[in-house]
Design a protein around this ligand. Structure first.
Ligand SMILES: [Zn+2]
Length: 560
């Protein structure tokens, strides 16, 4: 499936006529919108050319429509079964009045023809629209959700009385909608996106009123601005409301999901809360299926790995395994493979825990072990649904292993992951799980192992010193000496503004890919010529893509 980025929205002519926007700006905005998939209005705001407010005002003027602010909107928004919450959020539309003969909506982008056409189809001539900013529309939605929760009949009963930690639901809702709370989260989300964070960690310190906030960037945590004293509780409540959690429940962990337009882009976040001794901690995982490594070519696989992977996924059946510790990018790789196979002529079913990347065209199942809906149970069900390709999130018990092998032997192409350190260990693990060795060899097409290494920041990196060169020479020889010393480009990381002083920017996947007959050899020594992760790491260091220290850290090598 190709990612199509249509230019959404048009720019009111007024900005060009009155000179707010030059032709040069316009081109820049169009390019940025096309490159990022963000709507034009979001790009204008982000580049500081036209703020959300100016945009809304100009649209209203241009179209002769009313300008609507948060104060003009009802706290409880009217509902209509024909309008899904998802459509409204995605299109940045909020219903303000719905009556039998008329309907009034606030929209952020009156030039979004598809979204407006949908409203026209439903409400016909009775439809009228006003213009509001994205921010006010998001606020109205959050306020409505909070009010709905506060109205829920049993919400107040859930708050256990008196131990000093208790604030009632009304108070929490009020805190959640405080201007400083809203502003803090806006800034935090902007920073997370700007810094390409994969996770946001909010942790209470000492009293519930203060907190530490960190972002995970390229696999490492970095501390960012914490909320002002006194607003942490409101920040937590707001996140829980946005994630559809119960704000009055503060003693048990909860899970939720936030899908929100941030910096003009649709961002999907998985949210988990957990009670700590000083209050609630919240972790948000940014499930960014927009910029992720979602195509095989984006993974920058070395030629020998991509050839092997390409050949393996072209098979009509067999088992393809990806191994690596948590956070090594296994899910991304599997989804990249699914994307490569995602065509009408194939039925693809994935069984995941949880579904992290949603892809149109795939049938995705989320298992829930507590309900007995395990990988094995789901796999049994899936086999009755006539699939061509099956992805099983993880094999960790013998029942799942046996079912996966059987599926691979009966005409299905099966993908899965194993929690092992190397491809070689995967073979041992499968045998431990009760798969006979001869079967393993006949059914397994390929075992890939992977790690993510941080790419050295090209802005600040310097040429490595002689000591590093000596150390690298030893490592190169130990891994078979595949590189040519005359072309070495060894780097040492330093740190600058471009990389937030970390010395690294972005990540690269480090792969090994082995066919069954190589698995046994790989456990032995480098002279067998099997390309291992270590030899791949050496190649990346030699090419100056990352540093020797980074590869040693990732592979858990302390010295030579
Ligand atoms: Zn740098």
């Amino acid at each position: 499936m190709l990612v199509d980025v249509p230019m959404r929205g048009r720019i009111p002519a007024i900005f060009l006529e009155n000179g707010t926007l030059s032709d040069h700006d316009l081109q820049k905005v169009k390019d940025a919108a096309a490159a990022t998939g963000q709507p034009v209005r979001a790009v204008l705001d982000r580049l500081g050319l036209i703020s959300q407010k100016e945009w809304a005002r100009a649209c209203a003027e241009h179209l002769n429509s009313p300008l609507v602010t948060l104060d003009d909107m009802p706290v409880r928004l009217p509902e209509d079964p024909r309008l899904s919450a998802d459509y409204l959020r995605r299109s940045a539309i909020v219903p303000l009045e719905i009556a039998p003969d008329r309907a009034f909506f606030a929209v952020a982008d009156p030039f979004d023809d598809n979204a407006i056409a949908a409203l026209e189809m439903i409400f016909g001539a009775g439809l009228s629209v006003g213009i509001a900013t994205d921010r006010d529309i998001e606020m109205a939605m959050a306020r409505d959700k909070a009010a709905a929760q506060a109205e829920a009949p049993d919400a107040s009963d859930l708050v256990a009385p008196s131990d000093g930690l208790d604030l009632d639901t009304d108070k929490l809702t009020e805190l959640a909608n405080n201007a400083p709370t809203v502003r803090y989260l806006e800034t935090l989300f902007d920073a997370a996106i700007e810094m390409r964070a994969t996770d946001i960690h909010l942790e209470p310190v000492q009293a519930a009123t203060s907190a530490r906030v960190r972002l995970r960037v390229d696999g490492e945590l970095t501390e960012v601005q914490s909320p002002d004293p006194g607003i942490y509780e409101g920040v937590v409540s707001r996140l829980k409301i946005l994630a559809g959690m119960d704000i009055s429940e503060r003693r048990l962990p909860q899970d939720g999901r936030i899908r929100q337009r941030l910096s003009g882009r649709e961002i999907d976040m998985r949210v988990a809360s957990a009670p700590m001794i000083h209050g609630e901690a919240i972790v948000l995982r940014l499930l960014d299926n927009h910029e992720g490594l979602s195509k095989l070519k984006d993974l920058h696989l070395p030629a020998h790995v991509s050839e092997r992977l390409g050949a393996a996924i072209a098979q009509p059946n067999g088992l393809i395994l990806v191994t690596g510790p948590t956070g090594s990018g296994k899910t991304t790789t599997l989804h990249a493979a699914m994307n490569a196979l995602n065509e009408t002529r194939r039925k693809i079913v994935t069984i995941e825990n949880p579904v992290e990347i949603q892809t149109p065209g795939l049938q995705q199942i989320e298992v829930n072990a507590e309900l007995g809906w395990t990988f094995a149970a789901a796999l049994r069900t899936v086999l009755r649904h006539d699939p061509d390709v099956i992805m099983v999130g993880e094999i960790r018990d013998s029942e799942t292993a046996e079912l996966a092998v059987r599926a691979a032997m009966t005409g299905h192409l099966v993908f899965s992951t194993l929690h092992t350190n190397s491809a070689h260990d995967a073979a041992t693990r499968l045998i431990d799980l009760g798969v006979p060795e001869y079967l393993m060899k006949s059914v397994v097409r390929l075992v890939a192992a992977q790690r993510l290494v941080r790419r050295v920041c090209t802005t600040c990196a310097v040429v490595a010193d002689d000591q590093t060169r000596t150390l690298f020479t030893q490592l190169d020889q130990r891994t078979g000496g595949h590189t040519d010393p005359t072309t070495w480009n060894l780097k040492t990381s330093v740190g600058c503004d471009a990389c937030n002083q970390t010395g690294f920017r972005g990540r690269l996947a480090l792969f090994e890919a082995m066919e069954p007959e190589e698995l046994a050899l790989a456990g032995k020594d480098a002279s067998t010529g099997v390309r291992t992760m270590a030899s791949e790491g050496v190649r990346m260091v030699a090419e100056g893509q990352t540093t020797l220290e980074e590869v040693m850290r990732v592979l858990g090598v302390k010295s030579f």
